[in-house]
Design a protein around this ligand. Structure first.
Ligand SMILES: Cc1cc2nc3c(=O)[nH]c(=O)nc-3n(C[C@H](O)[C@H](O)[C@H](O)COP(=O)(O)OP(=O)(O)OC[C@H]3O[C@@H](n4cnc5c(N)ncnc54)[C@H](O)[C@@H]3O)c2cc1C
Length: 621
């Protein structure tokens, strides 16, 4: 059932307590509550997604953040690599978490991304061959809302059709479609067409897939926490419940045991305590999870002492290794009125499209932000790779990304009142900068200090420059000549390496893909926050299942890998509880050694200061 106030809870002790009804949390809640009699409580700080139209209508999604009720409304510290600008750092604060507010792009990453995690954690269960077994359980690949013939736009064997989360190809055509496809033919060497991004290969330009079904957003709330699942008598979900700390309930073999969870409906309100008999699972996301650990005394002793929190377990890795994708929106002015910019300028046009969506879930508002995406590698002989080494996950991993949007896309900057636009958003897919999140105060309602450290390394600065050059090369195909008028705004002045770098520093933003602040590492390693089974190191009763455990960003956007990680993680939880009939049989993985303290396949020289600082952390643990 779904509850809105603590007094509605039928009990205060549950088998499992999950903190955060977000992307990963709802997967785990769903899977654990499959078993009758296993009680599961989910505590969510935010509100319900029900009745929030912008959370359902795909192209209105970007209006959900920042500075809204549905966002944690975090900001970064001044970003040195971005001319000291402060950025909004949105995280979804509602049922579904960030899957309810994101831009819906659904990319699983490359098989090498998962292989790298398997190799570095010593657990083959994180490898692609095992992870891809979860796709049929997770995915329900459905026809797009416009009913177009999707032949040649995807590879059927890469998809599941009986799972839970609905995924579809573009739901509404746009004027870029033919032009992008023509460019993959004319400039096929640099921009090859790839049939499907989600089968383990990502390199090339493919039709974009999105978490949309029947023309509406499919989120972890609409899918894994649908009304049918909420009818389960053993599944309890409480909204408006912000967890303020974990409570130590005992000590076992000298190790602190955490089975208690404190939460409050808002600052200054009374705190309620609930208890788990089996496990407490943190699924509060890459910012929320380390924040809760730190508030509970699990973190860097020096940092905790500074804000007056008593350290229970000193783990300097908590909150470190924050890794995110920089985003640079390269905007072109285009001819005609076929871009989607006009949709949002006239209230009448917007209303008629909303009416169309309400009546039959069709029309331009069923679009995500793009119909095509491309992932690319720097050339093997590029100066960058020679100088810095290769930070990607392997030959199938990407260094750069391009997204093609049929409208003005500039997070945080309102669209001009006139004009039609085509945006090629570019990114460094394998960034080497690392940042952190830490408490600013012991007050659980105070916002943490967040530093993603965008463009903090020379590799990232130069690779972002290369991504813009890639976009500039893309539009040299003949098909753009009669469409693009000119680069827009600052972009028009980005003509030399120096001016291009200045333009990037002044305009880049974020894809909102933070990961890594509670990274998993081998059992026994002297760095990292969880073991490969996602149990928190140094304490008992706690597991982490969300984006924070990912040691690296995928060659893609983050929601799909997080869903898959959560699906496997639910099996790992089940394997530890005989009630589910498991004794590690469901995990399909094996732990192959401890590798304590080292990060195989990557050296300090390869990724510069970021990993160097991680290794220093490991020495001081
Ligand atoms: C604006 C935006 C656009 C994005 N676009 C895309 C995209 O197009 N494609 C893509 O793949 N990814 C995208 N992402 C990223 C992706 O959505 C996230 O990486 C992913 O959803 C994170 O999943 P998670 O389970 O780690 O955390 P979340 O889904 O964020 O879940 C965390 C949950 O925990 C709750 N919580 C946090 N702290 C507490 C607390 N103290 N007490 C109780 N509850 C708490 C939160 O409210 C939230 O519901 C985007 C993200 C944003 C914000």
């Amino acid at each position: 059932a779904l509850y809105t106030t603590p007094s509605q809870l039928p009990q205060t002790t549950f088998d499992y307590i999950i903190v955060g009804a977000g992307t990963a949390g709802n997967v785990v809640a769903n899977r654990l509550s499959e078993k009758e009699g296993v009680s599961v409580l989910v505590l969510e700080a935010g509100v319900s997604n029900e009745g929030v139209d912008a959370a359902a209508i795909p192209l209105l999604g970007p209006s959900l953040v920042p500075n809204t009720l549905y966002d944690w409304n975090y900001t970064t510290v001044e970003q040195k690599g971005y001319d000291n600008r402060v950025l909004p750092y949105s995280r979804g604060r509602m049922l579904g978490g960030s899957s309810s507010v994101n831009y819906l792009v659904y990319t699983r990453g490359s098989s090498d991304d998962f292989e790298r995690i398997a190799k570095e954690t010593g657990d083959s269960g994180w490898g692609w061959d095992n992870i891809k077994k979860y796709i049929p359980r997770h995915e329900k690949f459905v026809a797009p809302a416009d009913g177009h013939d999707t032949k040649g736009e995807f590879t059927a064997t890469a998809h599941g059709t009986d799972g839970i989360l609905q995924i579809s190809l573009p739901n509404f055509p746009n004027t870029l479609d033919e032009r992008v496809m023509a460019t993959t033919k004319e400039l096929s060497k640099d921009f090859p067409f790839l049939e499907d991004h989600n089968g383990g290969d990502v390199l090339g330009i493919a039709w974009s897939q999105a978490s949309i079904g029947g023309g509406a957003r499919s989120s972890s709330a609409t899918a894994y926490l649908s009304a049918d699942f909420l009818k389960r008598p053993n599944l309890h979900v409480l909204i408006n419940a912000q967890v303020t700390k974990l409570v130590q309930t005992g000590t076992q073999d000298g190790v602190a045991v955490f089975h208690g969870v404190e939460f409050a409906t808002k600052a200054g309100e009374e705190v309620t305590t609930v208890t788990s008999t089996k496990e407490t699972i943190l699924s509060a996301g890459t910012i929320g999870t380390p924040t809760i650990l730190q508030l509970s005394g699990i973190g860097d002793n020096d940092e905790l002492t500074k804000v007056g929190i008593k350290t229970v377990f000193n783990n300097p890795s908590v909150g470190k290794n924050l890794t995110d994708h920089p985003l640079l929106a390269n905007v072109y002015s285009v001819k005609g009125t076929e871009s989607f910019d006009g949709l949002f300028r006239s209230t009448d046009t917007l209303h008629s499209n909303i009416e169309r969506w309400v009546s039959n879930k069709t029309g331009p508002l069923t679009s995500s932000v793009c119909n095509h995406i491309g992932f690319f590698r720097l050339p093997d002989d590029s100066d960058l790779l020679k100088k810095f080494g290769d930070p990607s996950s392997g030959p199938k991993g990407a260094h750069l990304e391009m997204i093609f949007s049929n409208l003005w896309v500039q997070p945080g900057i309102p669209a001009p009142k006139t004009g039609s636009f085509f945006t090629i958003t570019t990114s460094v897919t394998s960034p080497t900068s690392r940042g952190y999140t830490k408490l600013s105060s012991s007050d659980p309602f105070a916002k943490p200090t967040i530093d993603p450290n965008f463009l903090g390394t020379e590799f990232d600065r130069l690779a972002l420059r290369q991504s813009v050059k890639l976009a500039q090369r893309f539009i040299t195909a003949s098909v753009w000549k009669d469409y693009i008028t000119a680069p827009f705004g600052d972009y028009s002045r980005a003509t030399t390496d120096d001016s291009l770098d200045a333009y990037a520093r002044a305009n880049a933003a974020t894809f909102f893909h933070p990961v890594g602040t509670a990274l998993m590492s081998p059992k026994g390693a002297q760095y990292g926050v969880t073991d490969p089974d996602l149990k928190v190191k140094g304490v008992q009763g706690l597991r982490i299942i969300d984006g924070s455990v990912l040691p690296y960003l995928p060659s893609g956007h983050t929601q799909a890998p997080i869903y898959l990680v959560a699906e496997r993680a639910a099996d790992l939880v089940k394997a530890d509880n005989p009630v589910f009939g498991g004794s590690n049989s469901t995990s399909n993985g094996s732990t192959t050694g401890s590798n304590a303290g080292s990060r195989p396949g990557i050296s300090v020289a390869v990724v510069g200061g970021a990993v160097a600082s991680l290794l220093i952390i490991s020495l001081t643990l």
